[in-house]
Ligand binder design. Structure first.
Ligand code: G3P
Ligand code: MG
Length: 413
């Protein structure tokens, strides 16, 4: 790709560290983009005193749109190109469930957008609560489908004969009463068929939530109840009915599964950025300062000098630290070759990942719990309110995302 071509030539270093950003309360509040966010991205894209390019991704618990749409929206808000490969939403790792369940009920979001997202993830039969209400309007006595809603319904499904294997709450419910009614009926059902009740309440479908944020930050002055509040509400009704605790599998922050996913996404993205960088280096004509630039690259991604026979260590988890490498290993092919070779196999983990979030319970907990090299920064533009004590202590508190970026760039200099 040509994405970074110009930037790379202007800014000849790639950072060994990286960034991950929360979105709501850090980059935006509802429709409003937080004004500091644009400049923060500009700095990471190389417009900084050190002329360094810092790779970054977004890890939001939000969702309800395909990752490609989210990338478009962010690109517009931030006035730079954001790629869908840089984005993890609450439901993104739920892709991994597509091979496990045949029929799923996907809840949340506007219209049938989440159905389409789930189909895009590879789920075979995706139903939404509107389909169930179309099948039998009496399911939800106080809600009548609009003509618009009827248009997007699957109309030929008999839910008393169609087994729902799993319920996936993808995004915030737009209709709590009806959605809760349907989710609970299925949880209590005999094998996932509407209109049935199981004896011991142990035959219902599996329940998954894209995240568990109890509150979140919008353009209203106080935080709003989120998907986690719906979960609490469903759990309370379930317990009231059955006497049992609700079983839920949670995705999103602060879950470890999402962390692992995020690490993978970040390492792919860094590799992408570096590959492009090396491509540009390879084009630099003889006689130019190739060696110096390449050495800087090698240094800036912490690879250190490498052995000539890279292939012998293929697949190993070890990063290529200088202590393990042969100092005299300058190969005949030159550093560019060796850098490319290294990128072809494996690049080292980022030295530090700065995670910028606004919600202690999900963001700070997420960044603090899974990997020592992640550095949590809490900002004051969202859920966290100055003067309160965050339940999970960040390594640093900053006013906003721009201050967070400035802080980290200074710290790394
Ligand atoms: O529904 C989205 C919200 O709960 C949190 O989004 O970007 O702050 O993780 P974010
Ligand atoms: Mg947030």
């Amino acid at each position: 790709g040509k994405r970074y071509r110009k930037k790379i030539i202007d800014h000849p270093r790639v950072a060994s560290y990286a960034f991950a950003f929360d979105i709501d309360g850090v980059i935006k509040n509802g429709p409003q983009t937080i004004p500091y966010a644009r400049e923060a991205m500009r700095m990471l894209n190389g417009d900084n005193k050190y002329r360094i390019l810092v790779p970054y991704i977004f890890v939001t618990n939000g969702g309800g749109n395909p990752e490609s749409e989210r990338a478009k929206d962010l690109s517009k808000r931030l006035d730079c190109e954001i790629n869908e490969e840089q984005i993890i939403q609450g439901h993104t790792p739920m892709k991994s469930l597509a091979s496990l369940y045949k029929n799923v009920l996907v809840v949340g979001g506007v219209g049938d957008t989440c159905r389409k997202i789930a189909e895009g993830y590879g789920f075979e039969n995706v139903y939404i609560p509107l389909d169930v209400m179309y099948w039998n309007p009496a399911v939800s006595p106080y809600y009548t489908l609009s003509e618009e809603e009827k248009k997007i319904c699957k109309k030929d499904v008999n839910f008393s004969k169609t087994k729902i294997d799993a319920i996936l709450v993808f995004a915030d419910s737009r209709n709590w009463a009806a959605d809760e009614q349907i989710i609970l009926e299925l949880l209590l059902s005999k094998g996932g068929y509407m209109g049935t009740v199981s004896k011991n309440y142990n035959q219902g479908p599996a329940l998954y939530f894209a995240h568990s944020d109890f509150i979140w930050s919008t353009d209203y002055k106080l935080s709003r109840y989120g998907m986690g509040a719906l979960q609490v509400s469903i759990a309370a009704l379930y317990k009231e009915t059955t006497g049992k605790e609700l079983k839920v599998t949670r995705f999103g922050k602060p879950q470890r599964g999402t962390f692992k996913f995020a690490k993978k996404v970040l390492s792919n993205w860094r590799r992408d950025v570096l590959e492009e960088y090396v491509e540009v280096l390879a084009e630099i004509p003889d006689g130019e300062d190739e060696d110096a630039v390449t050495k800087r690259l090698a240094k800036s991604i912490n690879m250190g000098p490498m052995k000539k026979k890279c292939s012998s260590r293929r697949g190993s988890n070890t990063s290529m630290s200088s202590t393990e490498s042969d100092e005299s290993g300058d190969s005949d092919e030159g550093l560019t070759f060796r850098v490319m070779n290294a990128i072809g196999r494996q690049i080292p983990q980022p030295s530090t990942v700065y995670f910028v979030g606004d919600t202690p319970d999900s963001d700070i907990r997420f960044a603090n719990s899974h990997d020592e090299s992640w550095y949590s920064i809490l900002v004051k533009t969202g859920v966290y309110q100055e003067g309160t004590v965050p339940k999970y202590q960040p390594k640093k508190i900053e006013d906003n995302v721009l201050e967070a970026v400035k802080f980290a760039i200074r710290r790394e200099a």
